[in-house]
Ligand binder design. Sequence first.
Ligand SMILES: Nc1ncnc2c1ncn2[C@@H]1O[C@H](COP(=O)(O)OP(=O)(O)O)[C@@H](O)[C@H]1O
Ligand SMILES: O=C(O)C1=C[C@@H](OP(=O)(O)O)[C@@H](O)[C@H](O)C1
Length: 290
Amino acid sequence: MEGQARAPAAGTVLNALATGRGSAFAIDEYTTATVELSTEREDVTGEVAGAPDADTRLVERCVEYVIDAHGGAVGMPAVSGGTVRTESEVPMASGLKSSSAAANATVMATLSALEATDRMTREDMARLGVMAARDVGVTITGAFDDASASMLGGVTVTDNESDDLLAREEVDWDVLVWTPPEQSFSADADVDRCRQIAPMARLVEDLALDGDYQRAMTVNGLAFCAALGFDTEPIVEGISQVEGVSLSGTGPSFTAVGDRQALEQVREYWDERPGRTLLTTTQTEGTQTQ
Ligand SMILES: Nc1ncnc2c1ncn2[C@@H]1O[C@H](COP(=O)(O)OP(=O)(O)O)[C@@H](O)[C@H]1O
Ligand SMILES: O=C(O)C1=C[C@@H](OP(=O)(O)O)[C@@H](O)[C@H](O)C1
């Protein structure tokens, strides 16, 4: 019993660490999960291709949750364990939602291995991954904003306290990403500092719920760079040319969206910085079985 799925990374419109409400958009960069289930094994073990020391508890917990929910159901094989292997183009702990992509790909791959992808809505698949992320402590709010964008594609606005989807829209943007070489784990973010900028986060939420995602994103970027101690210079370099530019999640990556030529110009500035730049697009299909 084998299943495979791939889930897109995402960038931030509104970081949910200030108010519990967040917004994110899927981008055309992927994490693939391959799950093999067994009726003989009693445990689930995970592996991340190219990262032997990576923390695999999130993807293992995702497989366990799906097995618990569907593994022994009427007409389903009584699976009790298995393996999960992820391969990822998404840099880990860089603000590009590697955790949401890994969880979504794993949940869907496990359901696919059970031939049970029609037993859950895609929103609920994302919620299962969020539950697993909360369990293993890789998130502050659960990050249903990021999980829903990666699962459904497009841009989403969510309430991460109730795991409700407040809005979803399909967008077609060019996207520039700058990823510095450092990592920044969400679980280590200074949440108290983020809560202090709640009035700005509420303004960003209003803009996003009005569909003004790109301006929302820039306000988010300036506010969260200030709260989390990131340099605002990458934003200033892009702000006059692009439609939106922000720190993504808790950093250290930045994303900009807008006209492709403008993004190419901003890329020249960002290429001077350490790390990698990537010119890509938004993604609207979300997580898919392979
Ligand atoms: N490809 C992957 N396979 C398994 N787990 C992953 C993978 N990518 C990320 N994770 C999990 O997500 C954690 C990083 O999450 P987080 O700090 O929120 O970063 P990000 O902003 O990239 O989502 C990792 O420590 C690991 O537990
Ligand atoms: O852990 C969390 O609850 C969150 C982490 C942040 O994302 P990253 O994981 O990309 O830093 C943030 O953007 C998101 O709204 C909520």
